[in-house]
Design a protein around this ligand. Structure first.
Ligand code: FE
Length: 197
């Protein structure tokens, strides 16, 4: 079941795609969206994202604001719950899907979700068969990729992760919020890379 906040969020995502060649080049905005029922599921990091005040941006991107506004309707994901990552990461790393599993819409062509991390968090090395594009909506973060130099990205910049390429993300003085897209092989969840730290 969709909600008014989810409808606004979907429109913001569609508009962001229309405005952003890097997103269009990665995957076309889906034309096969199928609504499905979402059972809201809360995690502690939702509150951190909704109440975040340390954004360095002069104004929040409309898609970032729409993700915040739909936070109470969302099924927040706990992708790494059954791993040894520990409570601190689980309590501060936030993610929910707009298009994908446990999301208000599904598509056969892409997943679309939001990732939020507060300042001073390390998202260790991990990988997955799906190709991935992070599009930073707010804040900034240091993106690390196997065999490539790390780079600090801010709102409007994107990081591409190839199929199976290990990657990690670190926030320093600022939080980050990113619109994340997956294409191909997206039924296989991420796993921690060997020696992930
Ligand atoms: Fe990833």
């Amino acid at each position: 079941m969709t909600t008014p906040a989810f409808e606004t969020l979907l429109n913001a995502a569609r508009q962001t795609h229309a405005d952003t060649p890097a997103l269009q080049a990665f995957v076309a905005f889906p034309d096969d969206l199928t609504p499905q029922t979402v059972t809201p599921h809360d995690i502690p990091a939702r509150k951190l994202m909704v109440e975040e005040t340390a954004w360095p941006d002069t104004a929040l991107h409309p898609l970032a604001q729409a993700y915040i506004n739909a936070a109470s309707d969302a099924h927040w994901r706990e992708t790494y719950k059954d791993t040894d990552i520990g409570a601190d990461f689980m309590d501060r790393f936030a993610c929910y899907a707009l298009i994908g599993p446990q999301a208000p819409w599904t598509s056969q062509t892409m997943f679309g979700f939001v990732v939020y991390m507060p300042a001073g968090l390390w998202y260790p090395w991990h990988h997955h068969p799906a190709e991935e594009l992070y599009f930073v909506l707010a804040g900034e973060g240091e993106f690390l990729k196997h065999c490539e130099p790390s780079e600090t990205l801010r709102a409007g910049q994107a990081s591409y992760h190839a199929s199976g390429q290990s990657h990690a993300l670190r926030t320093h003085d600022h939080p980050i919020m990113a619109y994340v897209l997956w294409r191909n092989h997206f039924d296989t969840p991420p796993v921690w890379s060997k020696g992930r730290l």
